[in-house]
Design a protein around this ligand. Structure first.
Ligand SMILES: [Zn+2]
Length: 438
């Protein structure tokens, strides 16, 4: 019997073997019924009884079906996570800049029981690198660590990096269709949805991009985070663009803060170039080129620079692609969106320069890092402030090419654009001050 597979996991009793059922399990009813409601102990959602009744009269939770149906009478089982690790002494960690080092040490100091701390660092600040000293300290203290992110591509990118920096530590990579099977390891790297399968498992939980989809206003995910942590766990949040809720938590000191407005190469974030075009829709409908589109396209094409064009809805992908194709017919490009099965391939082909550009929905707002990249946004007024800041953050990320264009095309003035511009300009001002006064 491999009881290790139960350490800190959350499984339904019927998934266990008979021998496993005899272990000293922590058992909880999966569903709690009140007079009118059913409250799910796996996803935290409340459902009216009359909305979740089965033909046999029993009730089920309709919110977390993707992890297997929980029905009245089901029991959630877990085995206490014994922290059966040896202290690890880590070798030389990658070198950090002076500013990164300062933030990294603040994170190490934040490793206290039941503490919550936010690392707010601009896009391209080198957040992952700043985590290494914290992870090293946690390993030294025999803590069990989870790094959860909303995005599979980030998981895939981080896994080899972590394994390289901490080669002696066992880790597992988990996401919906991941090739690796769950096993008991000191480090777990996973997508946030995998947290539903853990119970009191981690001493340190690092949550990446808590402001991104699917985290925003998702009660279930926040519930899963709380459940996956041990009661005394430290929670570290990472973001470049904190939402209102997080900012409020900072103001009211409910969460500690480490702030870094400086990119790792110490150059400013690219400013937004805002163009108002009153009849943008007409121009697009009639396939009529306009200078705010033509000039940058010609420039990027001439300089052999890749670019991303963002549109706010699927229906705009094809018309924008057509217009771009007529203007730069020699360049290879295509469209991409969230449920495009070739999404990852297309991004790879862009990296390999087989494509020179992609017309995309917000799916590529984060994660894509390419040297010399430029971006353009159609109908910028329809995007969220944080999305615009993230999109701008794709540009100028390498030391060799620290600038680039961020061009916004909008049909009307909008508060989101003003706020996004303020956020970027403010970070740049703060960064300048830091560099001048230390
Ligand atoms: Zn549920």
């Amino acid at each position: 019997m491999n009881e290790k597979r139960l350490y800190g996991r959350q499984l339904v009793e019927s998934e266990l073997t008979l021998a496993e059922q005899d272990l000293a399990l922590i058992k909880r009813p999966a569903l709690i019924l009140t007079k009118l409601f059913l409250v799910c102990q796996r996803c935290g959602q409340k459902t009216r009884l009359k909305d979740c009744r089965l033909p046999n009269g029993k009730h089920y939770c309709p919110h977390c079906l993707r992890f297997g149906r929980l029905t009245e009478g089901d029991v959630l089982c877990s085995l206490k996570e014994p922290n059966a690790f040896l202290p690890v002494t880590c070798g030389l960690l990658p070198k950090l800049s002076l500013w990164q080092e300062k933030c990294a040490q603040e994170l190490v100091a934040a490793l206290r029981p039941a503490n919550r701390h936010l690392l707010w660092a601009v896009t391209g600040a080198g957040k992952t690198e700043m985590l290494y000293p914290l992870i090293a300290k946690a390993l030294q203290n025999k803590l069990r660590i989870c790094l959860a992110t909303p995005r599979i591509d980030v998981c895939n990118e981080l896994y080899p990096r972590l394994s390289k920096v901490f080669p002696e530590v066992e880790s597992v990579l988990l996401y919906g269709a991941s090739v690796q099977k769950y096993r008991y390891t000191q480090i777990v790297l996973c997508t946030v949805h995998q947290l539903f399968r853990f119970y009191r498992a981690f001493d340190l939980l690092i949550l990446d991009e808590t402001d991104a989809y699917p985290f925003i206003d998702n009660i279930s995910l926040h519930y899963a985070v709380a459940n996956a942590c041990k009661q005394e766990a430290t929670q570290i949040y990472l973001t470049a663009t904190p939402d209102q809720k997080l900012r409020k938590a900072i103001q009211t000191k409910k969460i500690g803060l480490t702030y870094l407005p400086l990119r790792f190469h110490e150059q400013p974030l690219p400013s937004l170039q805002i163009n108002y075009i009153k009849d943008l829709s007409q121009k697009l409908q009639r396939k009529r080129p306009f200078k705010q589109l033509v000039l940058p396209l010609k420039r990027w094409s001439k300089n052999n620079e890749p670019f991303l064009i963002f549109v706010p809805k699927l229906a705009l992908l094809a018309p924008v692609l057509q217009l771009v194709q007529t203007l730069v017919p020699t360049l290879n490009g295509t469209t991409v969106h969230a449920s495009d099965p070739l999404r990852l391939d297309k991004v790879r082909l862009l990296r390999q320069e087989k494509y020179r550009y992609l017309v995309t929905t917000t799916i590529l707002e984060r994660g894509v890092t390419l040297p010399k990249l430029n971006v353009m946004v159609f109908y910028a007024e329809l995007f969220k402030e944080t999305t615009l800041v993230q999109i701008a953050g794709r540009v100028g990320r390498s030391k060799k090419h620290s600038t680039g264009d961020v061009i916004l095309l909008c049909q009307k003035h909008a508060e989101v654009i003003k706020r996004a511009r303020w956020q970027i300009d403010h970070a740049n001002k703060q960064a300048k001050k830091m560099l001048r006064y230390g």
